[in-house]
Design a protein around this ligand. Structure first.
Ligand code: PHE
Length: 398
């Protein structure tokens, strides 16, 4: 009699211990088990202040719009999405710190950002190291996605963008003697200077002067005086809007009326405010046309204007697309596990974005068209829409 009773008691105690330990586990806040009431956290690092602040401010609006929309429609995998924003001040070091914080402290499942390529190179290295997927909405330098298999982008690349402008200069403007004024502290600017030059040369053009500046510069007259002496037909300035606006002003002050040519880094609501009429007759390559009558674009522009009382710029459109591509990937993966999200982003095909139809290539890039924007009376006018070209084509297509 004694033995079975002893065994029974032991069994009861054992069951109790198991039950209590299970209870404890599921209510333990450190267990990190997602329940349907937990939010899916995504991390965004952007320059919300500093000399490229409009990229971050407008990019943030684009992300916010996509987040508001998904949450209003019931969320993602039955959970609400929480976006956590970090300000990089447009600095490389701050970008590293911002991404470390988002991953280690906030435990985000994916990261979006930065805008400037130099900053995405810094933040991207942290994401790759931690195997957290990152999509940069707008960093166009080719090396960004070369960091590794967790780093994606939804915009075109600078080898394409540089070619596009060189072709426009040589073929449409008949400008073959070009001077270059570039930011030699920016991976973006350095890359574009090279890509533009190689295409221009293939098209029979010549770089008659090459001068550099730094983003802290405010006086560009020494470089511009040298450029003036080289008698160029146009000046290629692959920089960001704050310096471009000042360079345009100072170019006109020196009596040069030739066009300035640039790239997507010009695009900002502040460009014309800084450069004013000095920018009339100038051109830059960009990602999309806000006045495109295509309903995907016009509906977004309308909704954005209603929400923010301002027109979306390029960064806003690209950020909206990057966010929605991430959401679609999480949905397809039916998981918030980072490897599953990574694999699912890589499978993105024919996504109907604001900035074009997006398919992610094997190299984790998007192959997309570009537009050439002209500035006339302080307004943007789309001059040309250029389909993606492969490099072979540029060499033969004069
Ligand atoms: N393409 C730029 C870069 O890589 C950033 C940028 C994109 C800025 C689009 C404005 C608009 O640095």
């Amino acid at each position: 009699m004694r033995q079975p009773f002893f065994l029974k008691t032991l069994l009861v105690i054992l069951l109790l211990v198991i039950f209590v330990s299970c209870e404890k586990k599921s209510s333990d806040p450190g267990a990190n088990q997602p329940t349907s009431s937990d939010k899916i956290k995504i991390g965004i690092y952007y320059p919300l202040t500093g000399d490229i602040a409009t990229f971050g401010q407008f990019g943030k609006k684009g992300v916010e719009m996509a987040v508001t929309e998904i949450n209003a429609s019931g969320g993602l995998l039955g959970r609400q999405v929480e976006a956590i924003y970090e300000d990089t001040r447009g600095q490389q070091q701050d970008s590293t710190i911002a991404v470390q914080k988002l991953i280690n402290k906030d435990k985000v499942v994916a990261v979006l950002g930065e805008s400037a390529s130099t900053n995405s190179l810094a933040g991207g290295a942290v994401c790759q190291e931690n195997k957290i997927p990152m999509i940069t909405p707008s960093s166009t330098n080719p090396t960004v996605t070369e960091i590794g298999d967790y780093i994606f982008r939804v915009c075109f690349l600078d080898d394409f963008q540089g070619e596009v402008m060189a072709r426009f200069a040589a073929n449409s403007l008949k400008a073959k003697r070009i001077a270059i004024l570039y930011d030699n502290g920016s991976d973006y600017s350095i890359g574009l200077e090279e890509f533009f030059t190689s295409t221009l040369k293939k098209l029979g053009g010549e770089i008659v002067a090459k001068e550099a500046y730094q983003k802290t510069d405010v006086d560009f007259s020494a470089q511009l005086t040298k450029i003036k002496g080289s008698k160029p037909d146009a000046i290629y300035v692959p920089g960001y809007y704050t310096q471009v606006g000042q360079i345009a002003q100072q170019t006109r002050k020196l009596g040069m009326t030739i066009p300035l040519l640039g790239a997507d880094g010009w695009d900002s609501p502040s460009l014309i405010e800084i450069g004013k009429e000095a920018l009339n007759g100038c051109y830059f390559s960009n990602h999309y046309n806000v006045e495109d009558p295509d309903p995907t674009v016009s509906n977004f522009v309308k909704a954005f204007k209603t929400k923010y009382n301002t027109t979306p710029d390029t960064t806003a459109g690209l950020a909206y697309d990057a966010t929605n591509i991430l959401f679609a990937a999480i949905k397809r993966a039916n998981s918030t596990e980072s490897k599953a999200i990574r694999d699912s982003i890589a499978e993105t095909k024919n996504f109907p974005g604001i900035t074009g139809v997006i398919t992610i290539s094997n190299a984790r890039n998007a192959i997309k068209p570009a537009v050439i924007v002209g500035i006339e009376n302080g307004k943007y006018v789309v001059k040309e829409k250029i389909a993606p070209v492969d490099k072979q084509d540029v060499a033969t297509n004069k």
